[in-house]
Design a protein around this ligand. Structure first.
Ligand code: MG
Length: 232
């Protein structure tokens, strides 16, 4: 009886679980997202790389997995893909120096920061937050996670690729980021404190564009891992 009770209690509180390629699992925490972290993307958006990292959040329930579906919200007529390197946090990180940042990383994944561009543009114009434009249900597809231990103490220079219906739209190396992973962890750990299962969406390179109902999106992190989702 007690066993059954705990089974259901656990189920109920499960939240979003993310999976590592070695079979380990983790409960997803807060998704910290970096805006304008690639100069050429800032250019295409008609903006500049900000003097401090510009951060917004997505809730964990915005996560979907490979094989899943992005549900286009009815309130938008212009939803965009943004392929990003996702860094998964593995330990509590408070006031971490950039030299120690790699110790906080549990793994790496490829994700898409799905964005209602028209709703975001309105929010920008009015000086309002981006939570609705960026954090809606199904707005955070992510692949399985590569364990950081596969790369020793190094943070690899990955290549991000995204295609829609077989046509490539985004390709860039993560070394083109304006703020690298150690700097982002140092900054976020000082402001927020990071906990296991939190993730950092590290920003998108140039080439963002609209997705439509029926589209098939394929994203890759070098040749290590890929992500496939459909648009509903
Ligand atoms: Mg983004």
């Amino acid at each position: 009886m007690l066993k059954i009770y705990f089974f259901f209690k656990e189920k109920k509180n499960m939240g979003k679980i993310v999976k590592f390629t070695d079979g380990n699992k983790m409960q997803a925490g807060t998704l910290f997202c970096v805006a304008s972290n690639y100069a050429k993307h800032a250019d295409e958006m008609g903006t500049k790389v900000p003097s401090l990292p510009a951060i917004f959040l997505k809730p964990p329930q915005s996560i979907i997995y490979t094989g899943g579906e992005i549900i286009l919200p009815e309130i938008s007529s212009n939803v965009h893909h943004e392929v990003e390197l996702v860094v998964v946090i593995g330990s509590e990180c408070k006031n971490i120096n950039r030299e120690d940042a790699v110790d906080c990383v549990a793994g790496y994944a490829v994700g898409i920061d799905v964005t209602m561009r028209d709703i975001q543009a309105e929010a920008k114009k009015d000086g309002k937050p981006w939570a609705v434009a960026k954090g809606f249900y199904t707005s955070a597809p992510i692949s399985d996670i590569l364990p950081a231990s596969d790369f020793g103490n190094n943070i690899p220079d990955f290549e991000l690729v995204l295609g829609v219906n077989g046509v490539e739209r985004q390709r860039e190396r993560t070394s083109a980021m304006e703020r690298d992973i150690p700097m982002l962890i140092e900054y976020l750990s000082t402001i927020f404190t990071l906990v296991p299962g939190d993730m950092i969406f590290t920003g998108t390179p140039k080439g963002v564009g609209q997705i439509q109902k029926g589209d098939r999106i394929h994203a890759e992190l070098s040749s290590f891992i890929s992500l496939d989702v459909r648009v509903k």
